[in-house]
Design a binder for this molecule. Sequence first.
Ligand code: DGT
Ligand code: ZN
Ligand code: CA
Ligand code: CA
Length: 607
Amino acid sequence: MPDSEREPGAETLDNPRPLDNQDVARVFADIATLLQLKGESIFKIRAYTRAAEVFDHLPEPIALIAGDEDALKEIPGIGDAIASKTHELVATGKMEFFEKLRGEFAPGLLDIMTVPEVGPKTAMRAAEELGIGSLDDLEAALRDGSFARLPRVGEKKARNILRHLEARLSQADRMPIGKALPIAEHAIGELYKAAPGVRRLTVAGSLRRWRESAGDIDLLGVADDPEAVTAAFAGLPMVVDVLGQGATKASVVVSGGAQIDLRVSNERHFGALLLYFTGSKQHGIRLRERAQRMGLSLNEYGLTDRENGELTPYDTEAAVYEALGLPYIPPEIREDLGEIAVAEAGALPDLVELSDIRGDLHVHSDWSDGHVSVEQMAREAASRGLDYLAMTDHSSGRGIANGLSVERLVAHNREVEEADARVGGVRVFKGSEVDIRADGTLDYPDDVLADLDVVIASVHSGMSQQAEVMTARIIKAIDNPHVTAIGHLTTRFILERPPIEADFDAIFRAAAGNGTLMEINASPKRLDLKDSHVRRARELNVRFLINTDAHEPDNFDLLRYGVGNARRGWAEKRDVLNTLPVAEIERFLATPKPQRAAFHFERADSR
Ligand code: DGT
Ligand code: ZN
Ligand code: CA
Ligand code: CA
């Protein structure tokens, strides 16, 4: 699957997103399922299953070709009937055939079947015998035991299903950080305009910790007249509902559905306030326990001496930590994952920073599914102060992509060399984002890969392989001498598509063993590796690239999400190869692969 079905940030709050390749694939898969339940012929079912697979793997956005039925029919596996249904679906958002078919079954049947381990037969029985027509019904039947009593279900399976469902429901009203943070920043800008007396407006909560998703948006600020600020906040044009409004706090819902909580304090208490509302809750609890042991009590106003009841306010977080005998702990690692003990031991990691990143080794152009030319991307990178980038357009394994055939790759390489010569201030490397096929072979032969400076190998298809198969597939790519890094390892989309199943420790060990890098893909719909994988990989001596996977110039701005995510995984500057100056990167790329594992670089490099 390509990176491009939906550009990061392309959705707006007001426009529902257009159907992407996976949406279309899902409709055809649903049709196949329903036809199977109806007992239709295997040939008919297979045509729809095939269509679902084709669209799932299509490396370009379906929206770009669905307008043209003839172009659709040229895709192998897509016949007349499916082409016209696809056209209808993408153009109108609906497909009559599917709507009619769906109407023949109990409502909610397909929803229920989206829960792992609920197969079609069980779902049908649940609908017919228990009247289950929604996920809510399903939850109730799982809790009261009636679901477990259905034929071929049983206690154990019902428990598993409930676990899957709970995981689903607990994510249901969260937003990916890529949606939440821009809303928070917009609100801050608007509030500065609407409430001239407000200062130090800051994002707090999970967003300040750069968690990949947020339940709500927490904002803090300072003012001499807090009530004027909460009133101005409740009156912002973006606000659609005021949930509560008081002298120092307000909660609102903004257009698009996000909730924002604002708290305003005076300057003297702001450090304690920020510490409290940044969380995490668990980190706060540990700090309060520590305060207790010191005869103090910690709250959002400061530290109170429990003997004499005297409150000391703090205007910075660092001052609170200091009073607790600790160095400043960065928000990204305040998750009660051992950070307080590590801080106490003076062993906090020196986390990588946005300004440490000097280049980007995963960038697309209009040669594949990017939006502008190689040269424009290079100029854009240069103007943003990057010292180098690698142009890594897609390979074309399945022949239906706008990915590059070997012939086009050769021409692409020439254009990259020309851009490198023409655009000053930035080194442009020749690269490819090459597909790791289902069997672990790559789309290009080794002699073609050998001509490239940077090879990002990624899984874009066959994502539901069994763990052992997937692990072997990825390790085979890692073992290829020309592969620089594995791109977006798990292929997940935050809150949308689950990660692959694999033995990640085995993958990280293989990568560390021969110096293959692991990408931390900064696209906020991916953040892949995710934070916990970064931390584990780092323990196993893996080194990283933080890449934007940019498909257009604005995407270079997404780097900050990747850095936030890397910091949540405790990554330091020395763990991240693209913090190196260009000469060092060239030295790394010139080092043959098994020796890359031992590649040593100076830490004390300055810009
Ligand atoms: P979220 O919104 O689910 O993404 O996660 P947070 O961490 O932003 O949580 P939220 O919005 O409920 O609260 C913001 C911060 O306020 C939280 O990180 C820590 C603090 N906080 C909220 N409720 C409690 C609580 O009951 N106890 C403690 N110690 N702190 C709390
Ligand atoms: Zn990709
Ligand atoms: Ca929050
Ligand atoms: Ca909150």
